[in-house]
Design a binder for this molecule. Structure first.
Ligand SMILES: [Zn+2]
Length: 421
């Protein structure tokens, strides 16, 4: 088995689409790491030791360990995807049982007034203060008690448009202990608008758009927001994704998401796009992207430990069901990160792992599914398989395998539930 000859064209379907996204993220990373002023992001993706363990799960997704991670949910293309994917999963895990148990939720989207040429940082710095100012006082307390307020999760997002300039907005998922009907939701929207607009006018930021400035969606099931699918990268889009996956959304109505801005800069080299990207990075640096109101996490997720963004990025794939493990040479990895080919390399390794799996099944001979499965299971515990490619070793099987569990052949074209990020 020669690794270098395998995997040039990604397989079609969902798997190929996911690989294409990873390839483009690492291409963007190669540019972003040269631009960034944050050392942690500059060295993000580089190996920490002599070898980089890469695990390919049975879903044929490669996970990298033993590398530095900046964990930035804002400006690092690979980290932001991993971190926001995990945050979205967390939200779904918390909100699904809440809704299933009869609780209700409203998804508020609040936009700060803005125009072309307005600086981003002062508006972003204002979001948390503005929300605190809105949700306090006797008016809030009355509504809070009447609606059965439980807590909220907020996520800040930024897009940019030629006509509108920076468009900072915040999604707030407000949870209640009972369902909220459309009429109460509209009443709530009108009340929030008054507070939000009052705050923005008082601070000299102008008047909030009467229609688009404050939006409220009633959330009854976590699948309620599936209509947002169109603006996302794909995959299942539940309420957690809507709140947390700013990285995966496409800008709407002529607006660009930050990574689209960066990609446009890579394509055109326009100085103004460079300036916008640098402004975005500086304005978001060190800010939390997703924030739970105090006590809500413990209430909904019990004592599940809360991990930092860096920890989430570093823990990628730890619970994956292992198909093969690869030890990649550190020099090779470093060169791939620099050249922007680290994503391409992961796709090659995934495709080689798929080929390895198919060959193992094929060598089993008998067409009967059970025998083939059993053979695969045994071969999983066999001696390490050596593959071609500089400094690469393959080892089949690993943690997470159940004795006697059936190995199903991977389905590359369709039906593979893949990590959407
Ligand atoms: Zn990073």
């Amino acid at each position: 088995m020669v690794l270098r000859t395998i995997g040039s064209p990604p397989p079609p379907g969902e798997h190929g689409v996911r690989q294409a996204r990873i390839i483009s993220r690492w291409r963007l990373k190669a540019v972003q790491r040269k631009l960034t002023l944050a050392p942690s992001s500059r060295y993000c993706g580089f190996p920490r030791g002599d070898a980089v363990p890469i695990t390919v799960s049975r879903k044929l997704i490669a996970y990298v360990a033993g590398v530095q991670r900046c964990g930035s949910p804002w400006s690092c293309p690979p980290c932001s995807s991993v971190v926001r994917h995990r945050r979205a999963e967390e939200i779904n895990r918390a909100v699904e049982p809440h809704l299933a148990g009869g609780g209700g939720a409203l998804l508020l989207t609040l936009t700060l007034p803005h125009g072309p040429g307005d600086a981003l940082a002062p508006r972003l710095n204002l979001v948390s203060t503005a929300l605190k100012a809105c949700f306090k006082g006797s008016g809030w307390e009355r509504r809070r008690d009447r609606l059965g307020y439980v807590g909220s999760i907020r996520s800040v997002e930024v897009t940019w448009g030629e006509d509108t300039g920076w468009h900072p907005h915040v999604h707030v998922l407000v949870l209640f202990d009972r369902q909220v009907g459309e009429a109460r939701a509209e009443d709530f929207r009108a009340w929030v608008y008054g507070r939000w607009n009052g705050f923005c006018e008082d601070r000299g930021f102008g008047t909030v758009h009467p229609v688009h400035g404050v939006d409220v969606e009633v959330v009854s099931t976590s699948g309620d927001l599936s209509r947002y699918l169109g603006k996302a990268e794909g995959g299942a889009w539940e309420v957690g994704q809507e709140v947390a996956r700013g990285d995966a959304k496409r800008g709407r109505a002529g607006r660009m998401a930050p990574f689209e801005l960066l990609a446009e800069f890579v394509d055109t080299g326009e100085a103004r796009l460079y300036a916008l990207w640098m402004e975005y990075e500086a304005a978001t640096f060190g800010k939390s992207a997703i924030h739970w109101s105090p006590g809500l996490r413990a209430k909904l997720l019990g004592d599940e430990p809360e991990e930092s963004d860096e920890e989430l990025a570093a823990a990628e794939g730890l619970s994956a069901d292992v198909l093969v493990q690869v030890l990649e040479d550190a020099e090779r990895r470093r060169a791939d990160v620099r050249a922007g080919t680290a994503g391409r390399r992961l796709a090659e390794i995934e495709n080689a792992a798929a080929m390895f799996w198919f060959m193992t099944l094929w060598r089993g001979g008998p067409s009967d599914g059970k025998e083939r499965s059993d053979h695969t299971e045994e071969s999983g515990h066999a001696a390490p398989v050596t593959a071609g490619g500089r400094g690469v070793r393959y080892r089949a099987g690993g943690r997470g395998r159940r004795a006697g569990a059936r190995a199903a052949p991977p389905r590359l074209a369709a039906g593979v539930r893949t990590h959407p990020g």
